[in-house]
Design a protein around this ligand. Sequence first.
Ligand SMILES: Nc1ncnc2c1ncn2[C@@H]1O[C@H](COP(=O)(O)OP(=O)(O)O)[C@@H](O)[C@H]1O
Ligand SMILES: [Mg+2]
Length: 237
Amino acid sequence: MFKKKSKTQLASQKTAAVSLISLLNSRSTIAEQYRTIRTNIQFAASSDHPVKSIVITSSGPSEGKSLTAANLAIVFAKSGKKTLLLDGDMRKPTVWKTFRLSNQKGLSTLLVSPDDIADSIQKTTIDNLSVLTSGPQPPNPSELLGSTREEVIMDQLTRLFDVIIVDMPPVVTVTDAQIVASKADGTILVAREGVSEKAALLKAKQLLEIAHARILGVVYNGVDSANDAGYYYYSDK
Ligand SMILES: Nc1ncnc2c1ncn2[C@@H]1O[C@H](COP(=O)(O)OP(=O)(O)O)[C@@H](O)[C@H]1O
Ligand SMILES: [Mg+2]
């Protein structure tokens, strides 16, 4: 399932529902890698700098942001933390497909209407894991994400959950991830072997720094380890 693919094959992949590795086989090496990322995030937290809201982004499309976000949310939920996976990618949302949920209500509808937040959150079949889908695509995602209403929503969500994993669009192409990362407790940059360009990765890091995002680390997706078992590892920037 996690075989290396050529650049052309990778480029032709659509943002289909991602595989939930840590759900399917919690004893797998990959699940273990996600747990290591979770532990590293927990180490990054302190009483002065709690890490409750975590943005997942990358430089470009199809680098594994949604895959990483979904699996990280699962390992947090499995550790007993009340976890929310928030689909902040209102341009190419995939979380609702991954978890087979409705996307009629979600972040976009909450941002434009005074709906009750709790009514828009959906439970999943995994204990402790809830999802707030993207909602229908609005014409102006960046504006909505930069609004005061967004801050109010995030504030309420942080009161309702222990951890919020926010799946965002690529940081280099649109400003959405910068906007949300500037207000989140931490950001994880995903890079994918054979897809991410070094220059784009550096640009992504620079854009996040400009936004004063707290970069917790980089997840390399698709990196072969020596024994060919692990495909993810976490590095401290
Ligand atoms: N390491 C990998 N090996 C194989 N397929 C992968 C890997 N990482 C991501 N994919 C697949 O590539 C596609 C894009 O991944 P996704 O997480 O949706 O990317 P993004 O959210 O960054 O656009 C999905 O179909 C996903 O399952
Ligand atoms: Mg995605």
